[in-house]
Design a protein around this ligand. Structure first.
Ligand SMILES: Cc1cc2nc3c(=O)[nH]c(=O)nc-3n(C[C@H](O)[C@H](O)[C@H](O)COP(=O)(O)OP(=O)(O)OC[C@H]3O[C@@H](n4cnc5c(N)ncnc54)[C@H](O)[C@@H]3O)c2cc1C
Length: 365
């Protein structure tokens, strides 16, 4: 035990949805260290809303110094992790009794933002918002849930702008979703006036950087040129696991995901757990990240206190909510026959952006 008191040490790498839940849940029974490269948690599920309506910026950045009562926050990034030995960019080395990897995934700005400070992140959003205001024609590349949600947000808040989504697949939202959901989303996108260019692979990304006004041009595989004033990249989730070394590196699949067992322990390493977007245990998503965090925290608590059972992780049923602006959208929810319609999705996410349950964790004085 490397702590000065009798409590074991737990280090959580990553301050996203899963990391903050594990850290918070163990704050009373362990000596917790949370490591994250930014000074504030970003509720990135509301990122598109903050792009179109920057008043949301006041709600989506939550400073880590209000998360833990006893534990500490280290504003740094892991550069190498071998077993439970963690080397940070600053050169500091941590070797906790239990290590939880919760480093999630990267996604192009503004969906996810990789800035050291919330102030800098806010300024980038404000700049991107102004660029969007200055644009008349918007191109969204990617027809998955993120691309559809972004298109819906822009048309709902700026009905004078044209919005085109270009996607390589023949339908929206490739993946394990009901066809009824795709059909309903396409119907609403049509109603909103979003143009869909599906089955249209493109040769290269535009030369103009995303979120920046310019002469945006993309050439489709068939040689057609699509033009716009601004574009957004709505594809490309990248697991953040490049820091794994030794036996931990051997547990990384070629796609970057980490192999875990039924208790979300990383294969081949004693006392190392992984949760959220980096694991190969389930689909990506906040519900999954949250459920995995709850399980690992409960199992660690049981191990630390000697009370309660250690449990296995069981993936939950499919659940997805795709808002299209504050009043529209559709989803596929457990226990519901058929598609969840606009009213239900607006109530679930579109109006509130689900900020409150996450903000409630940041209650430390
Ligand atoms: C625009 C958008 C909207 C979304 N909306 C929804 C939604 O409505 N519902 C839903 O279920 N899912 C949604 N998702 C997916 C969801 O955001 C992810 O599944 C979720 O963020 C995963 O949580 P996580 O804890 O695994 O990792 P993340 O939230 O990605 O957090 C990872 C953390 O690790 C940190 N980190 C990275 N590298 C290091 C390192 N080397 N050292 C230390 N820390 C590091 C990061 O800075 C960050 O703090 C959305 C995604 C996007 C992009």
């Amino acid at each position: 035990m490397s702590s000065t008191d009798t409590r074991p040490t737990v280090t959580v790498l990553g301050g996203g949805y899963s990391g903050i839940k594990v850290a918070k849940a163990l704050d009373d029974v362990a000596d917790v260290t949370l490591v994250a490269p930014a000074d504030a948690f970003t509720h990135n599920s509301a990122a598109w809303r903050a792009l179109v309506e920057p008043e949301w910026l006041d709600r989506i950045f939550l400073p880590y110094d209000r998360l833990l009562t006893r534990g500490r926050f280290v504003h740094d990034r892991a550069t190498a992790v071998d077993g439970r030995r963690v080397t940070l960019a600053s050169g500091q080395v941590l070797e906790p009794d239990h290590l939880v990897l919760a480093t999630g995934s990267g996604y192009p700005f503004p969906a996810k933002v990789d800035e050291r400070n919330a102030d800098t992140a806010r300024a980038r959003f404000q700049q991107a918002h102004q660029e969007l205001r200055d644009a008349k024609r918007v191109l969204v590349i990617g027809a998955g849930p993120a691309g559809l949600e972004l298109a819906g947000e822009i048309r709902a808040f700026f009905p004078d702008k044209t919005v085109t989504i270009v996607g390589a697949d023949s339908d929206v939202m490739p993946g394990p979703f009901d066809q009824d959901l795709r059909d309903e989303l396409r119907r609403q996108l049509d109603e909103l006036g979003v143009e869909l260019r599906l089955g249209t692979p493109i040769r290269d990304l535009p030369a103009v950087p995303p979120t920046t006004v310019g002469d945006v041009v993309v050439t489709t595989a068939e040689g057609e040129k699509l033009t716009a004033d601004v574009w957004y990249q709505a594809f490309g989730v990248t697991p953040a696991t490049g820091y794994l070394r030794g036996d931990l590196a051997a547990a990384r699949h070629p796609n970057g995901l980490v192999r875990v067992d039924d208790q979300l322990r990383v294969a081949g390493a004693e006392g190392v757990y992984a949760v959220g977007d980096i694991t190969d245990a389930d689909r990506d998503g906040i519900g999954t990240a949250s459920a995995q965090a709850d399980l690992v925290a409960a199992n660690l608590r049981a191990r630390i206190t000697g009370e309660g059972e250690v449990r296995s992780y069981v993936p939950g049923p499919m659940a997805i909510a795709v808002p299209l602006g504050p009043d529209g959208g559709a989803g596929q929810l457990p226990g519901l026959d058929g598609v969840a319609g606009a009213e239900m999705i607006a109530g679930l996410k579109g109006k509130t952006m689900l900020v409150e349950p996450w903000a409630a964790l940041f209650d430390a004085a």
